[in-house]
Design a protein around this ligand. Structure first.
Ligand code: MV4
Length: 594
C-alpha cells in the first residue's frame, strides 16, 4: 500500500480524499496556489506545498510542479480528484514515467474515452448500445446532410469529437438548422478542446441522464454500484443528483449495470469511473465515460455504504476490490445538491465573495462535503461549487423532506449560493413527480422569485442605510427583526431595546453584492473574457436582459441587466479581457411617461 499520497486538487474533493487517506493510515500531501494559502484543504493535509500563482494554468495544472512536489515530499502516488488534471492522459503517463502511481485508470483508457468518436466505435464493437449516429467525424455540412438523410433522420445532435459534458453540443431539429448547429458545435470544440471535428447522433427529445458507477481492479474484477439520475441540469451543469434513479427498476438496473461493466472492460478500466448514458422509453444508450471520481459519487456511497475513493486507491495499489457484485446491496434513497456560489435569480451569475458566518447542517442522514468555512473567500478564479449537501433516507419522498430540513439549517453568511434555488425546486410538484424540471430551470420569471433581499436604495443627501438583524423579546416572546437604518457607528447608538449582539447576517439573510452594484453601474462579478455583447449603446433594455456573456473557467456566464433602462455607456468589446469589478455598462432608468 502507498505510504504517502499527494492530492493534486483543492476544495471539497481534496478534503474528501484526505479523509479516506487518514482512515487508511496513509500520509497526505496538499498542494496550493498563492490564492489558496488560507484554504481549508491546505490545513486538512499532513503536509502542504505551494505550487504557484493563482491561475490554475500556473499552479494546479502544471504537471512538472506536481511531480516535483511528489519527489520532495516522498509521495508515492497522486490522486487527481475531478477537474484539473484528472482526465489528462499525459499527466498519468508522466507520473508513470517518474515511478509515481496515478490513482486512476491507465492512460490508454483515458485516451480511448477522451475521444468521443473512438469511444463510440469501441463501445459499438463491445456490444454496448450507443445513441444511433456516426462513430466517425463528419467532414462538413454537405457530408452531414447526406448521412442524416440516408441513416439518421432529424432531429440530430451535433457534438464535438473532443468534447464531453455538453461542451460543443448543438441541436438541429430540421435541415434548415443544420448549418448553424454544425458550425456552432465545431467552433466550440475548437475553442475548448482545440479540436473542431464533430460527429452526429440522433437527438433524443426527452431523455433522462442516468449514469452507472463502476469499480474495477487489476485482477479482472469489474462491478457496478447501481445508477444515479442527474437529469436536473442547467447548461449541462448538474445541479441535483440522486440514487437510485426514479425511472429505473431492479431489472433495468441489472441491464444498465451490465452495459456499464461491459463498457469499462472494453478499455481495461481500473479504479472508479462512471458510464454516462441517456434513458428514454426504457431504452438505454451510452453517452460517454468519465474516467475519474465524480462530484456526485457521494449519493452512491450513501446507498451502498461503499467508500468509492477508498476502492479507487486500493485498485491503483494493485489490491483487489473489497466487495463483489453480490455484496452490493442498495438501501434507501440519497439526494445531493450542489452548493454553488451563484445567483439563480440572475441567470445563475457567478457570485464570488467572502463567507462571514458558516454553519453546516447535521443530524440524521445528513452529509456535508465542504471546502469552505467562516472566513473563506470564494474566488472567481476557481470552480463556483464550494460544497455539497447529501442526504439519505428510506425513500425519495422522505429524502426530499430531509433535504429541505437540512437546507433550512444551512447557514452561509454573506455569500449568495444556490440554497434558495434548491429549496424552491425541491418543494415543487415537478420534483415530487420525478420530472426533469427542464422548463422550470429555464423559466426566467420563476428564477426571479428567488432573488436575494436587496437593501433599500440610498437616498441622495441622507446617510447610508444598512440592514441589521436583531433579536427582540416582546412580552417574553422572541422575534427576529430587520432594521433598516444608519450604520451603528453613524450615531453611536443601537435602536432602543434591541440587542446589538447579533448584527451578523443570519440564516436567510445576505448582504447584496455580485453583479448589480448600486445605482446605474453594472459591474463584472468575475474576471474573464468578453465573449459576446448582444446589445449596443443607446439600446433600451429590460431588467434581466443579457448585456454580455463573459467566458471564464471554460464557462459562459450570462451577465444580465440589473434594472430596466437605456444603455448610456458600454465600455466593453468582444474578445477583450475584463477584471472582476470592472464596469460593463451604465444603465440609466428611463424617465416615466409624462
Ligand atoms: C443528448 C441529448 C439528446 N440527444 N444527446 C449531453 C451532455 C449532457 N450534459 C446531456 N447531454 C445530452 N445529450 C442526444 N443525442 C440531451 C442531452 C441533455 C440532457 C439529457 C438528459 C437530461 C438532461 C439534459 C439536459 C441537457 C441536454
Amino acid at each position: 500500500m502507498f505510504n504517502k499520497v499527494l492530492v493534486a486538487n483543492r476544495g471539497e474533493i481534496a478534503i474528501r480524499v484526505f479523509r479516506t487517506l487518514e482512515e487508511m493510515g496513509i500520509a497526505s500531501v496538499a498542494v496550493y496556489s498563492e490564492l489558496d494559502r488560507d484554504a481549508l484543504h491546505v490545513k486538512r493535509a499532513d503536509e502542504a506545498y505551494l505550487i504557484g500563482p493563482a491561475p490554475a494554468a500556473e499552479s494546479y495544472l502544471v504537471v512538472e510542479k506536481i511531480i516535483e512536489v511528489c519527489k520532495e515530499s516522498g509521495a508515492d502516488a497522486v490522486h487527481p480528484g475531478y477537474g484539473f488534471l484528472a482526465e489528462n492522459s499525459a499527466f498519468a503517463q508522466a507520473l508513470d514515467d517518474a515511478g509515481i502511481t496515478f490513482i486512476g485508470p491507465p492512460a490508454s483508457a483515458i485516451d480511448a474515452m477522451g475521444s468521443k468518436t473512438m469511444a463510440r466505435e469501441l463501445m459499438k464493437k463491445a456490444g454496448v448500445p450507443i445513441v444511433p449516429g456516426t462513430t466517425e467525424v463528419v467532414e462538413d455540412v454537405k457530408a452531414a446532410k447526406k448521412i442524416i438523410d440516408s441513416e439518421i433522420g432529424y432531429p440530430v445532435a451535433i457534438k464535438a469529437a473532443g468534447g464531453g459534458g455538453g461542451k460543443g453540443f448543438r441541436v438541429a431539429l430540421e435541415e434548415s438548422e443544420l448549418e448553424k448547429a454544425f458550425e456552432g458545435a465545431s467552433r466550440e470544440g475548437e475553442k475548448f478542446f482545440s479540436d473542431a471535428r464533430v460527429y452526429i447522433e440522433r437527438y433524443l427529445p426527452d431523455p433522462r441522464h442516468v449514469e452507472v458507477q463502476i469499480l474495477a481492479d487489476k485482477h479482472g474484477n469489474v462491478i457496478h454500484l447501481g445508477e444515479r439520475d442527474c437529469s436536473l441540469q442547467r447548461r449541462h451543469q448538474k445541479l441535483i443528483e440522486e440514487s437510485p434513479a426514479p425511472a429505473v427498476d431492479a431489472e433495468m438496473r441489472e441491464r444498465i449495470g451490465r452495459i456499464g461493466t461491459d463498457a469499462a472492460r472494453a478499455v481495461d478500466y481500473v479504479g472508479a469511473g462512471t458510464i454516462e448514458g441517456l434513458l428514454q422509453d426504457g431504452e438505454y444508450f451510452f453517452l460517454e465515460m468519465n474516467t475519474r471520481v465524480q462530484v456526485e459519487h457521494c449519493v452512491t456511497e450513501m446507498t451502498t455504504g461503499i467508500d468509492i475513493v477508498r476502492e479507487g486507491i486500493l485498485a491503483a495499489a494493485g489490491e483487489p476490490l473489497t466487495v463483489t457484485q453480490d455484496d452490493v446491496a442498495l438501501t434507501g434513497h440519497a439526494i445531493e445538491v450542489r452548493i454553488n456560489a451563484e445567483d439563480a435569480s440572475k441567470n445563475f451569475a457567478p457570485a464570488p465573495g467572502e463567507i462571514t458566518t458558516y454553519e453546516n447542517p447535521s443530524g440524521p442522514g445528513v452529509r456535508v462535503d465542504s471546502g469552505v468555512t467562516a472566513g473563506s473567500i470564494v474566488s472567481p478564479m476557481y470552480d463556483p461549487m464550494v460544497a455539497k449537501l447529501i442526504v439519505w433516507d428510506t425513500d425519495r419522498e422522505s429524502a426530499t423532506r430531509r433535504m429541505l430540513r437540512a437546507l433550512n439549517e444551512y447557514e452561509i453568511g454573506n455569500l449568495k449560493t444556490l440554497i434558495p434555488f434548491h429549496k424552491a425546486i425541491l418543494a415543487t410538484e415537478q420534483w415530487a413527480n420525478a420530472e426533469t424540471c427542464r422548463d422550470l430551470i429555464e423559466d426566467k420569471s420563476w428564477l426571479k422569485t428567488l432573488a436575494f433581499d436587496a437593501p433599500p436604495k440610498p437616498v441622495e443627501g441622507e446617510p447610508e442605510k444598512v440592514e441589521q438583524g436583531y433579536t427582540v423579546e416582546v412580552s417574553g416572546k422572541r422575534f427576529d427583526v430587520k432594521v433598516f437604518g444608519p450604520p451603528p457607528s453613524a450615531n453611536g447608538a443601537t435602536p432602543a431595546g434591541a440587542s446589538a449582539g447579533r448584527a451578523a447576517p443570519k440564516r436567510g439573510e445576505r448582504k447584496s453584492g455580485g453583479a448589480g452594484g448600486g445605482g446605474d453601474d453594472l459591474v463584472s462579478p468575475l474576471q474573464g473574457n468578453v465573449w459576446k455583447v448582444p446589445v449596443k449603446q443607446g439600446d433600451t433594455v429590460e431588467e434581466g436582459q443579457i448585456i454580455t456573456i463573459i467566458e471564464a473557467m471554460k464557462m459562459e456566464n450570462e451577465i444580465t441587466a440589473h434594472k430596466a433602462g437605456t444603455i448610456a455607456e458600454l465600455p466593453i468589446k468582444e474578445g477583450e479581457a475584463v477584471a472582476a469589478g470592472a464596469l460593463l455598462a451604465v444603465i440609466k432608468s428611463d424617465a416615466p411617461p409624462a
